[in-house]
Design a protein around this ligand. Structure first.
Ligand code: HEM
Length: 237
């Protein structure tokens, strides 16, 4: 390979090695994952439709064999983003720790917010939640999944699975806790993303923080409303 071809690769590696490179990777992959969370919430809110089969029709569309390649590509892309997001965050944390090898007593003068301080463990808990969640509602190995005849192929009865799953207070409670943590993670993540891409100015900072908080609260309330509605008996099979 000529040195001209190698140079951009060196430049990209050099950029990634610096903290700003890892922050950029976290910002881009975080944005993709945020987009997934928003799209997934919009899909899930169909559980409130007056037609109980509405959410099942949506799931059947996603599981339609005609969409198998698109689904595989989307899942692979999301997994790659999750992998890059975690790798960059761990490397950044190690890099920051190595940059201040002597233990210090006094933290920054400005105290870090609760969301910022919990970033390093809200991430792994959200990871544990997603693993449990996929086993619960996609694979059906935690609580039995209900299958329905969906035309030419079998698809899960999402309406039944979600409502019966959340009638278990332990499961519903775990979801509520994990989603609350996800949203503190999102709040800090959205806010940090603006800083990483250079959208940070004393005049706009309060506005950006409010925007990040609004996104996190809307996502938390939308998601948490589902286990709450099932526990309260407002949603029935
Ligand atoms: C109460 C809130 C939620 C409900 C009711 C819900 C519901 C579901 C259901 C029914 C499925 C299976 C879909 C299917 O196989 O057809 C699913 C899959 C999934 N959910 Fe959720 N979800 C919720 C919150 C979340 C959150 C907050 C996240 C992300 C942090 C998330 C991430 C995922 C992922 C990654 C999958 C697997 C997607 C796939 O199979 O490709 N979910 N969810």
């Amino acid at each position: 390979m000529s040195s001209i071809a190698i140079r951009p690769i060196h430049r990209a590696v050099g950029f990634y090695e610096a903290p700003i490179g890892k922050k950029a990777v976290m910002a881009v992959t975080g944005l993709v994952l945020f987009g997934y969370v928003v799209a997934h919430l919009l899909g899930n809110l169909q559980i409130y439709s007056s037609d109980p089969t509405q959410i099942n029709k949506y799931a059947a569309f996603l599981h339609n064999p005609a969409n198998a390649i698109a689904l595989l590509m989307a899942r692979t892309f999301l997994l790659v983003c999750v992998g890059l997001h975690i790798t960059a965050s761990v490397q950044l944390w190690l890099q920051n720790r190595a940059a201040r090898p002597i233990g210090y007593f006094k933290k920054d003068d400005v105290p870090a917010s609760y969301a910022a301080r919990t970033m390093i463990w809200s991430g792994p808990i959200v990871g544990a939640f997603v693993t449990f969640h996929v086993l619960h509602l996609t694979v059906g190995s935690v609580l039995p999944l209900h299958e329905v005849e969906g035309g030419a192929f079998l698809s899960p009865d999402v309406h039944y699975n979600v409502i019966t799953g959340f009638q278990n207070p332990l499961v519903a409670g775990f979801y509520i806790l994990a989603i609350s943590l996800l949203c503190t993670h999102l709040y800090h993540g959205i806010w940090s993303m603006f800083q990483s891409v250079g959208v940070s100015h004393p005049r706009y900072t309060p506005l950006l923080k409010k925007f990040a908080a609004l996104c996190a609260i809307v996502i938390a309330l939308g998601n948490i409303s589902i286990p709450v509605a099932c526990l309260a008996g407002w949603l029935k099979v």
